[in-house]
Design a protein around this ligand. Structure first.
Ligand code: NCD
Length: 364
């Protein structure tokens, strides 16, 4: 059984196939309207969501299946203190597949361990958001026709923006991709992304504090919201919240075929005047979410005909040590889940870098 916790759980061939299937669903929706008859998707959302939850539900309903779930932690037994492990052990008796969003990083890994049905990570804290990445990749393929050779700029909250982390991980597997990281000092990309996906692979990457300085180089501009809910200090949030605003003026400096993306919701990062620019792709991007999630549900339930065979990438096995270090990330699932052992993987033998198995924070 396969889960989707990290976008790298899918091979590039599998992603290409998912986009093909999503395109076919868009062109021939009737062909797919009964494929999940009598199947149930549970949406367990411990954090707010509009697009992700509704597009999952719409996806399952459009496949002829049913949905159940909750949209806030307060309306579930989490409010009574139930662990993720216990909730999942029970929910997998009620549903055939689970999409879960949780504020704690690594929560879907715990869920997958206790589940007899596929688990989909619909966002874990400031860590990853692989299904948004599938939506993003589908948008890039439609707009640019390729992934290789693109220069992609990420602008805004690169520290807490989980959509950024997953998309960088995904793009790092294509050829000659250049990353341009645009953020204030305080919101730079965390080490588990910068080091593991860019530096270790020797990929080209430039950092800038100014959007205007670099916008002219970009094929894709990925704007993001400053993630208010992850800040420890509200003052800091208010100081940084309007760091970047994409305006029609700034769009004049960009290539005529640059594609502007945003996972949404936007707060103030893209002025409404940009919406009419043909380069603005964010609403299209949100729309693709339904079709790619239909394809993903079908895949994880084994319903894609002639799916590409899965070949596990031959990576070196990483050594895992238990109980030796303690994760210092207050958003890590180990801080709340009872009896979850502290576990660290050796991600870089040469430099002796250990990262938490759940949230990938480097050990002290
Ligand atoms: C994103 C998320 O939840 O991380 N939204 C989404 O799923 N489309 C981005 C955000 O909340 O800023």
């Amino acid at each position: 059984m396969r889960h989707l916790i990290n976008i790298l759980d899918l091979t590039v061939e599998e992603i290409a196939k998912l986009i093909d299937v999503a395109d076919d669903i868009m062109a021939n929706p009737d062909k797919y309207s009964e494929v999940c008859r009598h199947k149930i998707l549970a949406t367990l959302f411990y954090e707010p969501s509009t697009r992700t939850r509704l597009s999952f539900e719409s996806a399952m309903l459009s496949l002829g299946g049913n949905v159940l779930g909750f949209s806030e932690a307060n309306s579930s037994s989490a409010a009574k203190g139930e662990s993720v492990a216990d909730t999942i052990a029970m929910v997998c008796g009620y549903a055939d597949i689970v999409a879960m969003r949780h504020p704690k990083e690594g929560a879907p890994i715990v869920a997958a361990k206790h589940s007899s049905v596929p688990i989909i990570n619909a966002g874990d804290g400031g860590h990853y958001h692989p299904t948004q990445t599938l939506t993003d990749l589908m948008t890039i393929r439609h707009e640019k026709g390729r992934f290789n050779g693109l220069t992609i700029g990420f602008c805004g909250d690169l520290k807490f923006g989980r959509t950024v982390h997953s998309l960088i991980a995904a793009m790092s597997r294509y050829q000659n991709v250049r990353f341009v990281l645009i953020s204030p000092e305080e919101l730079r990309l965390p080490g588990f992304v910068k080091y593991e996906y860019i530096e270790k692979k020797g990929l080209e990457c430039i950092q800038s504090r100014s959007l205007e300085d670099v916008i002219g180089e970009l094929d894709v501009l990925y704007m993001t919201r400053i993630q208010k809910e992850r800040f420890v200090s509200e003052d800091e949030y208010f100081r940084l919240k309007d760091s970047y605003i994409l305006t029609a003026e700034k769009m004049k400096l960009a290539k005529s075929d640059m594609c502007v993306m945003h996972p949404l919701p936007r707060v103030n990062e893209i002025s409404v005047a940009v919406d009419d620019d043909p380069r603005a792709c964010y609403f299209k991007q949100a729309h693709y979410g339904r079709y790619i999630r239909m394809a993903l549900i079908m895949k994880l339930l084994g319903l894609i005909k002639d799916d590409v065979p899965y070949e596990k990438p031959d990576e070196e096995e990483q050594e895992i040590v238990y109980g030796e270090f303690t994760c210092r990330n207050s958003r890590c699932i180990t801080t709340t889940e009872q009896e979850l052992p502290q576990a660290f993987k050796l991600t870089d033998k040469e430099n002796k870098i250990y990262r938490c198995v759940y949230c990938e924070t480097r050990r002290n």
